[in-house]
Design a protein around this ligand. Structure first.
Ligand code: PMP
Length: 530
């Protein structure tokens, strides 16, 4: 994670001109994705915040899986490998609101460990999908049981199966990696004029404890500002957290409430966050309102081009409060822990529409397309249709060994709708994909398509036949499935097919068709030739 960057000064000789004429930092090939963790940039915020201070943000989204937790994921796994707590091929398990799981999924994928992530059902759907895409298993716990419920479930599973539990909330490695990397990077970046305020929230408290400890030692002038949701101040409340002998929280903290900052302030004070308090590492407690967190997250996107999650907006919102009362010339750094694209299904995007607004419709209408009807050129005559192609169509649709046939394009979304319905319903079918490599020679696919259009007098794909007769395009097939006519036709075949039950057939259509753009004629939605 360190010592990777090498100065690459004489770029001109290599034929690359650095964008600003400054020294380019060239990093060379990495041994694996894991070497790209850390060394995230600190950037100046220029368009939000008062003029009398210098406001900066450290962008943890630059980690390979887009969050600060990649650091912990690698550190926990490698520490366990070194200590022998994790054996080759052993399953790794963790309770996580998502980002730790996503980081662990990357590390486990690279190193070959199976991973089980335990997550409350209230965290965003994108996170579940991302984790599963990366090969992890996701076990959901009820939202009502909150963070403690997730953790108990992970413990039970680890004990039952002998899996390696990461214990991010208590594991000292979590704080140590931030002392060794995150804090080091911050100290290096502010080695010139120094740093007056460092602003962070906490999830596990790993960032808080690790960075604050190093700052206290190496930059004692830096004030550590701890941000909590205004309606769920647990660390700043002074009310102690009940703990088990191993340090884990014994129950929810009495001040904990639901709040909109995912990844922050669970319903208990984690041991690492509690340590930071007990060790006197926190100088200022700065509450932040949920609505302000969401607003500043959007301001960062629109005014700074910084796309981050709600905890980043919350931290910067608190940094703005700090800035308002800070002496002129102060330097303030806010942590931005992750990227924004895993919040699409959360309140952050609630007011962002997928349909065109009035203003956008007006833009669309402001440059009308030329009349679609092309003047007849008189020069082109329709391409001929070969007898072979006509015979091919007849042979395929009348073939009793494959009575269900779909003519279409390989990657056409409407063709996929029907293919997915057929495979979910266990209906065996033949797909003639006229644009596939198989039919490319001498435009055989085009010839077959023209023969098909001429045969059915229909000019869209897919076209689906059952027992030699046309059922129709995608929408007709899905409606036939919904209304039972498809099942009737399949039952009448010499070798009858009984389809299995599926989800609502029209839900197989591409999702955008359910929200047609203005002026999209209904029949355009049936089957596209693109
Ligand atoms: N923001 C987000 C989005 C997170 O997922 C986390 C970690 N849960 C944090 C902030 C806090 O990081 P830490 O665990 O180091 O306190």
């Amino acid at each position: 994670m360190s010592d990777r960057l090498i100065e690459f000064a004489d770029t001109k000789e290599r034929g690359h001109l650095p964008p600003s004429g400054d020294t380019l930092r060239y990093t060379g090939p990495k041994a694996s994705i894991l070497e790209t963790i850390g060394e995230t940039p600190v950037v100046r915020l220029n368009n939000i915040g008062p003029d009398h201070v210098q406001l900066y943000a450290k962008l943890e989204a630059f980690n390979p899986m887009g969050s600060v937790k990649d650091r912990l994921a690698l550190a926990v796994i490698e520490a366990a490998e070194r200590s022998g707590a994790l054996r080759p091929g052993q399953t790794v398990i963790e309770a996580t609101s998502g980002n730790t799981g996503i980081g662990l999924a990357m590390v486990c994928a690279q190193k070959g460990y199976p991973l089980v992530v335990v997550m409350a059902e209230s965290f965003s759907l994108e996170r579940r999908k991302l984790l599963r895409f990366l090969g992890a298993k996701v076990v959901l716990t009820s939202a009502a049981e909150r963070g403690t419920g997730m953790f108990r479930m992970a413990e039970r599973l680890a004990e039952t199966h002998g899996w390696f539990l990461c214990r991010q909330f208590e594991n000292e490695v979590n704080a140590d990696i931030h002392a060794a990397t995150t804090a080091r990077e911050i100290l290096d970046d502010f080695s010139g004029d120094g740093l007056d305020y460092w602003v962070t929230g906490f999830g596990t408290g790993g960032t808080l404890k690790g960075v604050a400890k190093s700052l206290k030692q190496e930059s004692p002038r830096t004030k550590v500002v701890l941000v909590e949701p205004e309606n769920s101040q647990i660390l700043g409340s002074g009310i102690p957290q009940l703990r088990r002998p191993d340090g884990a929280a014994a129950r929810s903290h009495p001040n904990a409430r639901a709040h909109p900052v995912q990844g922050w302030s669970p319903d208990f004070v984690p041991k690492l966050a509690g340590d930071a308090l007990d060790d006197g590492l926190i100088d200022v407690f700065q509450p932040v309102r949920g609505a302000d967190a969401l607003q500043v997250t959007q301001d960062l996107a629109r005014k700074e081009g910084i796309f981050c999650g709600v905890s980043g907006g919350a931290t910067v919102a608190a940094a703005l409060d700090v800035a308002a009362g800070a002496p002129a010339g102060s330097t303030i750094l806010a942590m931005i822990p992750d990227t924004g694209d895993r919040y699409l299904s959360t309140p952050l995007f609630d007011h962002i529409d997928v349909d065109m607004s009035e203003e956008e419709r007006a833009i669309a209408a402001s440059a009308p397309a030329p009349n679609k009807k092309m003047p007849p050129s008189g020069k082109t005559s329709p391409a001929p249709i070969s007898e072979t192609a006509r015979a091919f169509i007849g042979d395929v649709i009348d073939d009793p060994s494959e009575p269900v046939v779909l003519f279409g394009f390989e990657w056409c979304e409407f063709c996929w709708s029907v293919r997915r319905l057929f495979s979910d319903a266990n209906i065996p079918f033949r797909s003639i994909d006229v644009d596939s490599a198989e039919f490319r020679e001498n435009d055989r696919g085009g010839d077959i398509l023209r023969a098909l259009f001429d045969h059915t007098k229909m000019r869209t794909v897919p076209q689906v036949f059952v027992g030699g007769t046309l059922v129709g395009g995608a929408t007709e097939v899905l409606i036939a499935s919904r209304q039972g006519n498809l099942a009737e036709r399949l039952a009448e075949l010499p070798d009858p097919i009984v389809p299995a039950g599926t989800k609502e057939p029209l839900d197989y259509l591409p999702s955008w068709t359910k929200r047609p753009a203005v002026n999209t004629p209904a029949d355009d939605l049936q089957g596209k030739r693109t």
